[in-house]
Structures are given as C-alpha cells and as structure tokens.
Write a protein of this length. Structure first.
Length: 123
C-alpha cells in the first residue's frame, strides 16, 4: 500500500512496472484493492517472485507488509479504494513510515520518502 502511493514508474523490470501502473490506474478510477496476507496482484509480476516466496528475502518483504498493516491498523481481507488508501496513509507518522520502509532499497535510492508520502497521501 505504501509502494502504490509512492510509485514513480521505476521498477524491477518492464512487466512489473507496467503492472504496477495498471493497478494504480485501476484504483484511481474507482477500482478496489484487496489487502492480502501474501502475494497480491502487484507481486504476481515481480521478477523476484518464487513459488514459495521472494528471492530477495521473503521474511524481509513479509515483515514490511506486516508492519504496514500494523501501523495503519488494517487487516488482510479488506477491500480499499484509492481515496481510503490515501486517507489511511495520510495518518502515518514519520516513525511509522521508517518502521515500514526504513530498510527498503527504494527509499535508500531516493525514489520514496516520508515527505513524498505526505504529499501524495494528503487528500
């Protein structure tokens, strides 16, 4: 959910980037996204996805996913609109952002930040 809001067109490869852009456009046009515990529609096009997890470290990815749910108070199985997602992320503190995204390589490369989350998540 954090990555969808902060996505800038960069990704692991063209298939992943195009899928992420389509997913975001679908949500922005009124589609809903179901929070799941495990691989979702965004993960399905990731070149690092393996049948039993992620080649970059399943625990690392799963840990960030769990932290995102915890800091937002959301649970798997909930369907969300783009507006609901933005509203929810607009309440995240900088410490909570760092808990979720602090060790993510996209933040380390400067493609996302708490300031950008605030800018994009504010209604």
């Amino acid at each position: 959910m954090f990555c969808a809001t902060l996505f800038s067109g960069s990704g692991y490869d063209q298939a992943f980037t195009e899928n992420m852009a389509r997913t975001i456009e679908y949500m922005q046009k009124g589609g809903r996204f179901r929070l799941v515990d495990g691989h979702d529609d965004i993960c399905r096009c990731c070149p690092n996805r393996e049948p039993d997890g992620c080649s970059l470290g399943t625990e690392n990815v799963s840990g960030r996913d769990r932290a995102a749910l915890e800091v937002t108070g959301l649970a798997p199985g909930r369907d969300m609109s783009w507006a609901e997602l933005r509203e929810c992320l607009g309440r995240v503190s900088e410490a909570e952002f760092q808990r979720v995204c602090g060790d993510c390589r996209w933040q380390e490369t400067g493609l996302c930040s708490y300031a950008l989350l605030r800018e994009r998540a504010m209604p």
